[in-house]
Write a protein that binds this ligand. Structure first.
Ligand code: MG
Length: 263
């Protein structure tokens, strides 16, 4: 009996040892090293110091690091889209805003941009005429290709992906935040340019976030390519930074207070 008990005890100890080896330990295992205790400063990054800028006095005013594209007084930052060696053919009214001269063609910036933050204010023509896409139509083209639609969408039904705040025929705005034709609207845009691989194929599509009168209407929307009027959108070829252009769509749309920050 004693022998049996001793044998059972020996087997039990052996099993326990094997179990404990297989779970926690094994012969020759290096001694455990306790992890270094974390301190708050270990996750603090100090350099380089974040650049200091001065924000605008009120919302919509340009901050100190913005490039002023239009201050109401001069079209010096713009040229004709028909002939980039010629001045922008639109008119300045009251040293306050510019107005599309129908038939004169679009205008484009002299400078080229990629990723950027753009602020632009627009107003539909003072007198309402026509309807749908014929009312206060213009557009802001990022990299001269991807159109953020400008339209008088105040009590003016059209296709949802073609109204003000749409990425033209690509993404409808989340809501219609349009003000009446005698009021000014703001667009605040955060634009991410598309990325291309070395072979010219698309690596990452462009993206756009838009606030229309302070209301989010595009939330980091993916742009599916050139915003064609006819046909499916795509990226036919790689490109780098390019101009921002404003569309002449035969309507006397008005613009003021345009500034941009490169990101
Ligand atoms: Mg348009």
């Amino acid at each position: 009996m004693k022998t049996k008990t001793l044998l059972l005890a020996t087997i039990l100890v052996a099993c326990t040892t094997i179990t404990s080896w297989s779970q926690n330990d094994y012969p020759g295992k290096p001694p455990a090293v306790s992890p270094m205790p974390m301190k708050p400063e270990m996750t603090e990054i100090w350099e380089p110091e974040v650049k200091v800028i001065t924000p605008g006095k009120k919302l919509g005013d340009a901050p100190s690091d913005a490039i002023i594209l239009f201050d109401g007084k001069s079209l010096d930052q713009w040229v004709s889209q028909k002939d980039a060696t010629k001045p922008a053919p639109w008119k300045i009214v009251n040293n306050e805003f510019m107005e599309v001269v129908p038939g004169s063609g679009g205008i484009q910036t002299k400078m080229k941009f990629g990723d950027c933050q753009l602020h632009i204010e627009f107003s539909a023509p003072d007198s309402v005429f026509s309807a749908g896409q014929g009312r206060g139509n213009s557009g802001v083209f990022f990299q001269n290709r991807y159109e953020l639609q400008v339209l008088d969408s105040y009590n003016n039904r059209t296709y949802r992906n073609g109204q003000a705040g749409s990425i033209y025929k690509d993404h409808a705005p989340l809501v219609n935040a349009m003000r009446s034709p005698l009021e000014w609207n703001t667009f605040d845009v955060i634009y991410t340019a598309p990325r291309f691989k070395a072979d010219g194929s698309l690596d990452a599509p462009a993206r756009m976030t838009v606030l229309h009168n302070g209301v989010v209407v595009q939330n980091n929307s993916v742009i599916n390519g050139l915003t064609y009027y006819v046909g499916l959108h795509n990226y036919p070829s790689a490109h780098g930074e390019d101009v921002i252009s404003l569309q002449d769509h035969d309507n006397k749309t008005q613009f003021r207070n345009i500034w941009i920050r490169k990101l």
